[in-house]
Structure formats: C-alpha cells, structure tokens
Ligand binder design. Structure first.
Ligand code: FES
Length: 184
C-alpha cells in the first residue's frame, strides 16, 4: 500500500520536497536550546546566591575580649564575648559568657562556658576553687580537669592570643556528652 507524504506550505511554495517537520523541528530545537542557555544563565547565579551560603560554616574570628592588665592572676573571670555571626545568609549578634584565667601577661586559658557533660552553664566556686555544674554535679579544677560527676572530658578550651595588651579569643562550641572534643 502506498502512503501519501504530506507537503509543508514552504515546500509547496518552493516546489522542493523535504520530509515534513524537518525544518520546523530544527527551529524548535534551536529555540529550546537558546531558552535553556538563557534559563541556566539566569538560574545558576540565583541558586548560588540562595543555596551556597547555607552550606558555609560559621565564620570564626579573633575578637578582643579584655585588657590583659584587667585580669587577675590565677583567678577565673567571667567575660562576655559578643560577636556578629554570619551563618549562611543569616546575620545575628550573639553574646556568650566565657571563663578566662590569666597565668601571666602572655599566657591565658579560656574555657568554653558550656559543661561538656550535657551542655549546662557552670559557675566558679571561689571558696572551693572549683568550677561546679549545677545540673548533674560535675566538678572541674582550675585547669579544667574533671574532679567529680559524670563529665566525660575536661572543660573545653578556646583559642586565645594576646596582642598589644589585649586578650583575643575565637569562640567555638563542641558536642557535649563525648569523651573527645568534637567541634560543632
Ligand atoms: S550538664 Fe553539667 S554535669 Fe551534666
């Protein structure tokens, strides 16, 4: 049986016979390709702007906390650490209390204020010269070493340096309940 091949209007005018849809489908493909390129060129920067910051880690910076001369020797002092945190596209200001112990004008230990057991805040007992956590009774000495209670590791120390008479600290947080210090 013979099948009749339809003729396009272009072909009818020109008198040249080409398979139906060839020219039309060619232009359709070119149009689709151009649309895709334009779409991608618009979409990729937007996705990058919106999505990628969410996967960036919190930016951590050295923050001046106190004049070194204002810190007593071998006496824990609670200090405020206030910093603008950028987490993805969210910017917030946060204040954390930290514990600083000056050993000399060049040497200072700074502890995270979070108990490594389950994350409560602890206090310094000046009479017993021990850090004590009210939640489950963990007790730490001046070096942060566990003296009593369920704490699985010593107090977490933070990076510190002394520059031009100022104490600078980088605030970090660590997972509680673990024997090893694991940064969040
Ligand atoms: S959270 Fe400090 S002892 Fe449990």
């Amino acid at each position: 049986m013979e099948v009749e091949t339809p003729v396009s209007s272009d072909e009818a005018e020109s008198g040249v016979s080409t398979p139906v849809g060839t020219r039309r489908s060619f232009f359709a493909r070119v149009t689709a390709a151009i649309s895709t390129v334009i779409g991608l060129s618009l979409t990729i920067p937007i996705v990058g702007y919106v999505v990628f910051p969410a996967f960036q880690r919190k930016k951590q910076e050295w923050v001046p906390i106190a004049k070194i001369d204002d810190l007593p020797v071998e006496q824990p002092k609670a200090l405020d650490y206030t910093v603008a945190e950028k987490d993805g596209w969210l910017e917030t200001k946060a204040t954390k209390g930290i514990w600083a112990i000056k050993h000399s004008n060049d040497e200072v230990t700074v502890f995270s204020p979070i108990c490594p057991h389950l994350g409560c805040g602890y206090k310094w007992d000046g009479q017993d010269r021990l850090f004590k956590c009210p939640c489950h009774g963990s007790v730490y000495n001046l070096k942060g070493v566990v003296q009593a209670g369920p704490a699985p590791r010593p107090l977490d120390t933070l990076p510190v340096k002394v520059e031009n008479g100022e104490l600078l600290v980088i605030y970090k947080e660590f997972k509680s309940g673990l024997a090893d210090q694991t940064e969040i």
